[in-house]
Design a protein around this ligand. Structure first.
Ligand code: PLP
Length: 388
């Protein structure tokens, strides 16, 4: 291994932005509890409310409809529940329909009983099958409650952008609720909860350059709300009790402000780097399969299979050469599992894939070094294949 390490796993977590670090450190200097009425408390409360406005702006939402949580996983568990209220009236959700490519935070179904969670298939192109969703919702038993649908905005493994407005129209026609995990889309595609026609968005601080351990559930209005997951002192208007993680929220807000700026310009530069890398990869290994290349994809993501190379072996080989990338989504055990996303797209699950995900701070020099490592790994695979 030579030189500095290269971080190409931004979809697992993005490097902390300097302005987010500054905001965290500055917030650590405040002693007040945001629920206290004295001056110290009010200063910290003002920080939280300002953070709420920044996160709302990123999502094209009302600040009052932003509920802060400890991350996207908690936001998903808060909103994915059969137990809702419409104002003061209880509202029952009968079933949850989740796409087959959702992140486990959503795919696990939150607080729905297992038997009430149904899967929406995806097409071989990695896009939610809208015709199948239509059929599922037509068969939905309204007596049991309203249908809830969860479809992500952009997939964390392939980067493929999902037809959210089309899904929203189908869900609306069936009187259902739509939850969209926008964790990977935030800061990479313009977001507007209103324009998308979505009922709830889920976002996470650490995917946009903020600190880990903060996220938000963003609602379109405040009329239909889930029963709280965490009860106690009634913070976040009773939707999420517990003293707020003020430094993390301050960092989240700084990252949200940065993420909302010049998305098209920033992503055009990132796409140029990613596309250049893919061209180099193909020249070194013409048999490389780049998943979702023809589809509308996040600018920063490249998900590929090198025939004859196991994902785990590939990941270790890149790591030993100083390049951090991933084999699909980050998994708490650190193990490399089979990609359920590729399986849902109809690929042989034993055929592994590697994910390179970059960002604004990735440089051309890093792309070139990554391409050189790719060439080495691809050649080794070929000579191993010939020896066998
Ligand atoms: N949703 C998607 C698409 C993700 O990529 C992730 C993180 O990997 C999550 C949800 C979970 O986010 P958090 O780490 O904030 O709980």
């Amino acid at each position: 291994m030579s030189g500095q390490r290269i971080y190409m796993d931004w979809n697992a977590t993005a490097p902390l932005l300097p302005e987010a670090r500054e905001a965290v450190l500055s917030a650590l200097g405040h002693i007040g509890n945001p629920s206290s009425v004295h001056g110290e408390g009010r200063t910290v409360r003002a920080l939280i409310e300002s953070a709420r406005r920044d996160v709302a702006t990123l999502c094209g939402a009302q600040a009052s409809a932003v509920i802060f949580t400890s991350g996207a996983t908690e936001a998903a568990n808060l909103v994915l529940t059969p137990d809702f209220r419409m104002g003061r009236t209880p509202l029952k959700i009968g079933k949850l329909y989740v796409s087959a490519i959702e992140h486990p935070a959503v795919r696990e179904g939150g607080r729905f009983p297992r038997e009430d969670v149904c899967e929406i298939p995806v097409t071989p192109a990695g896009i939610v099958d809208c015709a199948a969703l239509e059929t599922l919702l037509q068969a939905h038993d309204r007596q049991a409650g309203l249908p809830m649908v969860a479809v992500m905005h952009a997939n964390n493994e392939t980067g493929i952008i999902q037809p959210v407005t089309e899904v929203a129209a189908i869900v609306r026609a069936h009187g259902g609720l739509l939850v969209v995990d926008a964790v990977q889309a935030a800061g990479r595609v313009p977001l507007s909860i209103e324009a998308l026609g979505v009922d709830f968005l889920i976002i996470s601080s650490h995917k946009i350059g903020g600190p880990k351990g903060a996220g938000a559930l963003v609602a379109r209005g405040e009329i239909m709300m889930p029963a709280p997951l965490i009860r106690g002192g009634g913070q976040e208007k009773g939707h999420r009790s517990g003293t707020e993680n003020v430094p993390a929220l301050a960092g989240f807000a700084a990252a949200a402000r940065a993420a909302a700026r010049n998305i098209d310009g920033r992503m055009a530069a990132v796409a140029a780097l990613r596309d250049g890398l893919e061209v180099a990869m193909q020249s070194h290994a013409p048999d490389v399969m780049i998943h979702g290349r023809g589809a509308s994809r996040l600018a920063n993501t490249s998900f590929f299979t090198l025939p004859g190379l196991k994902a785990e072996t590939g990941q270790i080989a890149f790591d030993l050469e100083g390049v951090a990338l991933s084999a699909g989504s980050a998994c708490s055990s650190g193990k490399v599992g089979q990609s359920y996303v590729l399986t849902a797209m109809g690929y042989d699950p034993r055929q592994g894939a590697l994910r390179i995900s970059i960002g604004e701070r990735t440089t051309q020099a890093e792309i070139e070094r990554c391409a050189a490592v790719f060439a080495k790994v691809a050649a080794r695979r070929r000579s191993a294949g010939q020896a066998a």
